[in-house]
Each structure stands twice: as structure tokens, then as C-alpha cells.
Design a protein around this ligand. Structure first.
Ligand code: ZN
Length: 157
């Protein structure tokens, strides 16, 4: 298990556009495994490569149904609307209200560089949008209605 340092809001790497992955290498496989370890350790539901300082189009997500690995993901369909609290491992202790599509279809490559298509609703749709935004150098704080606020973890329990 290898943890990587999570970059935080204000770090320039989070504002940059990521490059497509053209082939699977050992280095990239290690990166993906480290991203999963880092996400689980931080108890997040998603992590994008720029959040660990790597400008590659790779995202990992787990909303409780097991790990999803997306390489070069693209949103191909979206519908509906959901408004709710959103947070980010790069903005610790904060949350904000963001409106996202409620249903999202994504095309991507898996770890074997095979084409996959996934559909998500609710939290998974939100995670797809949030993480894919990271690959474009975009953070949810720009979308948060009324800005971001402190999260009181004790109250949530
Ligand atoms: Zn994030």
C-alpha cells in the first residue's frame, strides 16, 4: 500500500488540463493502485490523478459499490438535475452546494485499455462529473452556490 500526498486548493497542478493516457505502463498501474489506496485512506468517494500531482486523465471512484477506474473518461449523456452538498479531498473540511445532472453516462477505458461505458445516478453521477472536472483543471468550489462552508463532522455522525 502506497499513499500519495493529496494536493490542496491553491496548488497550481489542480488548475491544469490533464493529458490522455495512450498506453498502460507499469508506472501507470502503480499510480492507479496508489490512487485507490489514497482515496480509501482519506475516506473519499473519488480521486483524480491531478489531486496527487499527476496530469493524466485517470479517475478512481468508489461510492460504496466497489472501485471504478476510468481512463480518459468522457461524459456522453446527461439528464436530470440534483442539488446537494459536495466535498473534495483537495478542500478538506469544507463543503458546498452544487447542482449536477442526476443521470450521467460515461465512456472510458479500463485498466486493460478496453472501452467501457458506465451509467450512474445520484451520488455516482455526481462523482463522475466532479472527478472529470478535475481533469480539466476545474474545482467544485467554482460551482458552489453561495460558496463553501466548514463541515462539522461531529454533527454529521
Ligand atoms: Zn475533488
Amino acid at each position: 500500500m502506497a499513499l500519495r500526498k493529496i494536493r490542496e486548493l491553491g496548488d497550481e497542478v489542480l488548475t491544469k488540463k490533464c493529458k490522455e493516457v495512450t498506453k498502460m505502463t507499469l508506472r501507470t498501474k502503480i499510480l492507479i493502485n496508489d490512487m485507490l489506496d489514497t482515496m480509501y485512506e482519506a475516506m473519499g468517494v473519488g480521486l483524480a490523478a491531478p489531486q496527487v500531482g499527476i496530469l493524466k486523465r485517470i479517475v478512481v471512484i468508489d461510492v460504496g459499490d466497489g472501485p471504478i477506474i476510468l481512463i480518459n473518461p468522457v461524459i456522453v449523456e446527461q439528464s436530470g438535475e440534483q442539488t446537494g452538498e459536495e466535498g473534495c479531498l483537495s478542500v478538506p473540511g469544507k463543503a458546498g452546494v452544487v447542482t449536477r445532472p442526476d443521470h450521467v453516462k460515461v465512456k472510458a477505458l479500463n485498466e486493460e485499455m478496453e472501452e467501457i461505458e458506465l451509467e450512474g445516478e445520484g451520488l455516482l453521477a455526481r462523482a463522475f462529473c466532479h472527478e472529470i472536472d478535475h481533469l480539466e483543471g476545474k474545482m467544485y468550489v467554482e460551482l458552489a452556490e453561495g460558496g463553501i462552508h466548514d463541515v462539522n463532522y461531529e454533527e454529521e455522525e
